[in-house]
Design a protein around this ligand. Sequence first.
Ligand code: PMV
Length: 327
Amino acid sequence: MRAKAVANANIALIKYWGKREATLKLPDVGSISITLDDLETITEVSFDASLTEDRFVLNHDAQPHETARVTGYLDLIRSMAGIETRALVESENNFPTGAGLASSASGFAALAMAASHAAGLELSPEELSVLARRGSASAARSLFGGFVEMRRGQLDDGSDAHALPILDQSAWPLGVAVAITSRVRKAIGSTDAMEQSALTSPFYGPWVSNQETDLEAMRRAIGQRDFEKMADLSEFSCLKMHGLMLSTNPGLVYWNGTTVDCIHAVRELRAGGVPVFFTIDAGPQVKAVCLPDARDQVTRTLRDVTGVHDVIETGLGQGAKLIGDAS
Ligand code: PMV
């Protein structure tokens, strides 16, 4: 009862922030993302009758403080599979954890795929996406490659709140440069933060009610391979989400000074004719998305911004998949 899976991180172009139901992790808004290449989590799950409790190892270090979350998630899979066996979960991220690089997305996508397979469940891609969502809503998107839409869904049981592929990564290649502006783990995680936004921000209602307009426009931009439109819509959605965060009480400020300098650097490039835009999640890193030929120039520019530690270059990647021999 062992399986291993790999999943890539994703970044939302039309952002998700806020839940309509917390236990099932049902989003209050749909979202559209791109799945990245090279920023991956590899997870192996071994259900083992000799274990008396679950064990979680991340990047070769035992994680006693994170194990309860993993156990809660495995309990879900165990109840679906009708088993009680404890498991060893070994995960490796090849990028910094907990700093706004969506490690929970690749992490829960890989865990959902490996654990469900190891437990003997045979799930459809949509059912796997629903299962990944129970770990982290953005993880539902990392099951698929390229351009992906996460449906808000309407049903109370969450069975229609899953992601779907929109366009394959090879149909419209893009470059991505991620500027690392801090390596510190974020102070407030997205689960608590978005709950605070829903409770306290005066912008929360309009944020939810305007989302469908942005999703529809983004679907069209992707369908037409309209980079300029995609750039405008992505920056708009990103800045609206950060406006919502800033207007939460107490305010959520995920940016540092270098984050702001990177925004200006990207805007300057674009004003000079370079096809590039920025997007930022619940952390200080700046993700610049561009047409592939512009990536070297974008990377060089971001490297020159004072305070940038490193720039990770990547592109669009594939969805989660099983690797190695299962048993
Ligand atoms: O990782 P989650 O599911 O708790 O939420 C993350 C939300 C953002 O990354 C800020 C936006 C998004 O749509 O990915």
